[in-house]
Design a protein around this ligand. Sequence first.
Ligand code: PGA
Length: 240
Amino acid sequence: MKTIITNDYEDMSEKAAQIIIETVKEKPNAVLGLATGATPMGLYRRLVADHKEMGTSYKYVRTINLDEYVGLTKVNPQSYAYFMYENLFCHIDIALKNTYIENGTALDSMIECKRYDKMLNKLPRDIQLLGLGSNGHIAFNEPYTSFSSTTHIVNLAENTIKDNAIYFDNIEQVPRQAYTMGIKSIMKAKQIIILASGFKKAEIVSKLVQGNVDSALPASILHNHCNCILILDKEAASKL
Ligand code: PGA
């Protein structure tokens, strides 16, 4: 895993955006694995600005997202489908039919997980973007998730519910379950970019960079990926 330390959040976002923009320019039908959360918002702002100013086109790009809350429809403002639409898709020329995310209100969760895995196998990702949970999770793969996991439903960890409560009116509203891409599927992407920003990620970043692969820290599996870049801002790197 290559580690890049940048000055600040904006710089981190810029570095990651450049990698994605270059990929899309070289391969107009690239498949991008995308993430939600506070961390990638600056990156998405840059993709939008670049699209508007430089004309980078997403007409043939396909995107596959990591995770979605169980029970939220895609028109619910707290859903990750809605987040992606608001922060990226509605501002660029991507065809919405080429953007994939788990269906949080699927009637049969087993069938939904299988459907998503089939799609992941059909569409190998050129890049997978990841945030880092303060407990070391990637997507919603909480500590001790099997490294061989595929798409599944998780019971969210208490600290993840607390971390995500800022996006809801109160903590009771945070869904307790989510669909998530599994760790095995994440690892199949050709390139992985993992971002971490701010002092609240400094502790977990320092554990991650130590290099032991341990399911107690799900992101540590990324040490076994042959093309993974960890991009940090100074604050997230402050305990290295
Ligand atoms: P954040 O979440 O970007 O909102 O910090 C990261 C994550 O939990 O994966």
